[in-house]
Each structure stands twice: as structure tokens, then as C-alpha cells.
Ligand binder design. Structure first.
Ligand code: 5GP
Ligand code: ZN
Length: 112
């Protein structure tokens, strides 16, 4: 399968890693939308949040357990935003589930 984030996880494409454990991988977004902008992905390929099931939800729970640790490590002491885009209407461009974590400044109130 030709998947950009699977290639990043494997190390075939370089990335600026900020966290890794057995289930998830986190790296800086190449086109940051805030002073701090990283992506957290499950190592096992899941297409999007629309493909989360009882069988793969543990990986998602691990991601959400990792996010506070990474946020603290990157100095996000005053809050942050977690976003996942899904499908066409959600403007998802990479079809491997990823959570954007944005912070380092006051973010716009509007989410859409
Ligand atoms: P989406 O639009 O699918 O929610 O988000 C995809 C994100 O992946 C975008 O914010 C984009 O900047 C980031 N991205 C795309 N290609 C690469 C890459 O090769 N390396 C890194 N680090 N981020 C990427
Ligand atoms: Zn993938």
C-alpha cells in the first residue's frame, strides 16, 4: 500500500520525531499552522477516524495517552487543540489516521 505516513513511520521518509512508542508515532507537521504543530499517528494503518472500531480503538486510546506527554515536552502549558480531519468534507489529505495537535498561541475560536 502506498501510504505517506506508513513510509514516515518506517523511516523511509524522514520526519522530525517528537515521540514514539509501540503503538504510535508523533512528528512535526511539515507545514505548521501554529507555533507548535505535530501529528500523532497509529503505527498500524487506519485510514481515518471513520475506520475506528472496537478492534483498533486501543491504538487510539494510546495516542490520547501520549498527547499530554508530548504537549508538555513541547511546552504547551497553556492549552492546545486536537483535530482530526475525515474524508472529503473534512479535507483529509493523507489517508492514514492522524491527530493534529496545535498550540503555542491563542487559536481562533472558530473551528470551521
Ligand atoms: P490532513 O490535511 O490530512 O488533515 O493533514 C495532513 C498533514 O500532513 C498536513 O498538515 C501536512 O502539512 C502534513 N504533511 C503532509 N506531508 C507531510 C510530510 O511529508 N511530512 C510531514 N512531517 N508532514 C506532512
Ligand atoms: Zn498508512
Amino acid at each position: 500500500m502506498d501510504c505517506l505516513f506508513c513510509a514516515i513511520i518506517k523511516g523511509d521518509i524522514p520526519s522530525k520525531k517528537v515521540y514514539e512508542d509501540g503503538d504510535c508515532y508523533a512528528f512535526l507537521d511539515i507545514n505548521p499552522q501554529a507555533p507548535v504543530h505535530f501529528l500523532v499517528v497509529p503505527k498500524a494503518h487506519i485510514g481515518s477516524a471513520d475506520e475506528i472500531t472496537e478492534d483498533n480503538a486501543a491504538a487510539v486510546a494510546r495516542i490520547f495517552a501520549a498527547i499530554p506527554k508530548i504537549a508538555a515536552q513541547l511546552g504547551l502549558t497553556n492549552g492546545y487543540r486536537v483535530i482530526t480531519n475525515v474524508g472529503e468534507d473534512g479535507c483529509q489529505s493523507v489517508k492514514h489516521l492522524h491527530f493534529h495537535v496545535l498550540g503555542g498561541r491563542k487559536l481562533p475560536e472558530s473551528m470551521a
